[in-house]
Design a protein around this ligand. Structure first.
Ligand code: ATP
Length: 556
């Protein structure tokens, strides 16, 4: 099945049509009769090596792969950079070096007692090996072994999956559709199964074996959060919500789903990352709650002396690998619950909001758990008063929820609306990072940023941001961006689109300076949102266009 995977990727690379991509994948899926191969095939296409619920991680950045290439071919840095500069990404760079220098056959440690991979299962064994190696030096040596012993097309496939650069523009939604076509299953059922498992591989296998309906929700398999659409017009909000308008404070923190069963507590972000280790104080508190199994939805916020603190303190808590307890003492956080999704063995997503909230409060009222503040209003005066009160208390706006709405995981619908007074900042991704000037000369501090095109297939550049970041953030971003470099530029790198920033700005202009066709004027970084928002969720060029038109209207 490895050959089928390589061929499928080649076909996908040459089409941008969603329909053709879906057909290509569906045709391939139909040919796979081994469950494990089907599972891995579907996951790899979506750039997933381990599903979100798995504790296993690869932890191998481009930097280590670069070190491996340099060491393997005994290249000096300049020679390597020549290759790197002219390549689209790291796998193309490897391909050029490999072709020029050929691989001198050498004795392999990995393949001394096993054969060269023929199946996706064989590839997964390599990934498991890498995930089990804790030392970077050993990881580099492992990659060197792969460079020397794998045939080029297999090597490139491994590197592309490892660095998530298959570049076939595949979103989970396309693979979901392909599964539904290949195995003749209703797309809604496939989506529901995805909601329960969060694992495209498992869904594909169940669909093939006609067992898709038997998939049930399991705790500790993270699911997507329900999202809101944005609305600034109060009349519009009243029209949509009709009556008994549920207004809730909008907290500025990190969205979190907390799963608990007996003594086990796990915290997941909205992009399904497990961040349990980052917040020991929250885990400690939740473990003490004497309630049965549950899944709560809410916000993690910095919290000191019984007060919610500013978001920037939370930033210091994310992505830490060391001294977590000290950070927790210096900048403690808490969890504010606003919804309950699973209770005592049952999903409660189909209960209306007011009933879920009653359940939440009844169950946890004596536990010390904090709840979001809300009020049901029926007049605009009441709405504005509550909004003002939220601002006075330091909140960033209101979430308006339809009082009888069900919990729709992963959906940005009209049942939840966010209401803020100011122009929304943009969520963008860094695609190029360049060395700064003056006091920032030691950092990669100038970031070209991009948003999705309309089909969410390609990223389009719309500006360059130089300001707003603290020195601490610049230092951190520089380290990460060096890791994510895919191509050398004169004064920096083109980087993998991983780092997500929230960027405020003064204006938007039509411009041919960037390939997005717009230029965001005077952008400044508000914060990094990498752990909190996924790449899929950043703004699109449509949003930029809407903002542009709005600003034009206001100016006239
Ligand atoms: P923003 O950038 O304004 O935080 P977003 O794009 O991250 O919004 P939206 O779906 O537009 O996400 O807004 C909902 C977000 O608001 C949630 O993801 C959550 O983190 C946050 N939030 C804060 N308070 C609440 C609340 N009471 N109910 C629901 N979500 C809330």
């Amino acid at each position: 099945m490895l050959n089928l995977f390589i061929e499928t990727v080649k076909k996908l690379e040459i089409t941008s049509s969603t329909k053709e991509k879906t057909e290509t994948i569906a045709n391939a899926l139909k040919q796979i009769n081994i469950d494990e191969e089907l599972l891995l095939f579907s996951r790899y296409l979506c750039g997933i090596i381990y599903p979100a619920y798995s504790p296993k991680k690869i932890n191998l950045g481009t930097k280590l792969i670069v070190q491996a290439i340099i060491k393997a071919y005994k290249l000096d840095k300049e020679t390597f950079q020549e290759f790197f500069k002219g390549s689209e990404d790291i796998s193309e760079c490897i391909s050029k070096i490999y072709t020029q220098y050929k691989s001198s056959v050498r004795k392999s440690i990995i393949f001394s007692d096993r054969s060269i991979p023929e199946s996706l299962k064989d590839i997964q064994i390599l990934f498991d090996d890498i995930s089990n190696i804790s030392s970077n030096i050993k990881k580099v040596n492992y990659i060197i072994d792969l460079i020397f012993c794998l045939p080029l097309d297999i090597l490139l496939t491994v590197i592309k999956i490892l660095t998530n650069t298959l570049r076939v523009g595949i979103k989970e939604a396309i693979v979901e559709k392909a599964i539904s076509v290949a195995f003749n299953k209703n797309i809604q059922i496939i989506r529901k199964a995805m909601f329960y498992t969060g694992d495209i591989g498992e869904v594909a296998v169940h669909a093939k074996n006609n067992k898709i309906e038997s998939i049930k929700f399991k705790l500790f398999h993270p699911i997507k959060v329900m999202l809101a659409s944005s609305e600034e017009n109060i009349d519009e909000i009243f029209e949509r919500m009709e009556k008994d308008i549920w207004c809730e404070y909008k907290y500025d923190g990190i969205r979190a789903h907390i799963h608990k069963e007996d003594d086990r507590v796990e915290i997941y972000t909205r992009d399904l990352k497990n961040i349990t280790d980052q917040f020991p104080e929250i885990v400690f508190f939740l473990k003490k709650i004497e309630q049965s199994d549950f899944l709560l939805d809410g916000e993690i916020v910095p919290f000191q002396n019984n007060k919610i603190m500013q978001f920037s303190l939370l930033q210091k808590r994310l992505g830490r690998k060391e001294k977590i307890d000290i950070a927790a003492r210096e900048n403690p956080c808490t969890f504010i619950a606003y919804d309950i999704i699973y209770d005592d063995g049952k999903l409660v997503t189909d209960l209306p909001l007011h009933k879920r909230r009653a359940l939440l409060e009844n169950k946890f009222s004596s536990s010390g758990l904090l709840f979001s503040k809300y009020k049901i209003v029926n007049t605009k005066e009441e709405f504005i008063d509550f909004f003002k009160k939220s601002k006075e208390e330091g909140r960033e706006g209101l979430m308006i929820k339809k009082i009888d709405s069900i919990y729709e995981s992963g959906k940005r619908g009209i049942n939840w609306i966010k209401y803020k007074e100011t122009l929304d900042p943009l969520d963008v991704v860094i695609v190029k990072a360049e060395q700064g000037e003056g006091k920032n000369a030691k950092y990669l501090s100038q970031y070209t940023f991009a948003v999705w095109d309309e089909k969410k297939q390609n990223l389009l550049e719309i500006g360059k941001v130089y300001s707003g970041a603290t020195e601490e953030l610049l230092e951190e971003l520089t380290k990460k961006l060096q890791e994510y470099a895919v191509k050398e530029l004169e004064n920096g790198y083109e980087v993998k689109p991983i780092i997500i920033l929230e960027v405020a700005f003064e204006n938007i202009q039509i411009s041919n300076r960037y390939n997005g066709g717009y230029a965001v004027r005077f952008p400044r970084i508000i914060r990094e949102r990498t752990g909190d928002k996924s790449l899929d969720e950043i703004n699109t060029i449509e949003d930029v266009k809407k903002l542009y038109l709005k600003l034009q209207k206001e100016a006239n």
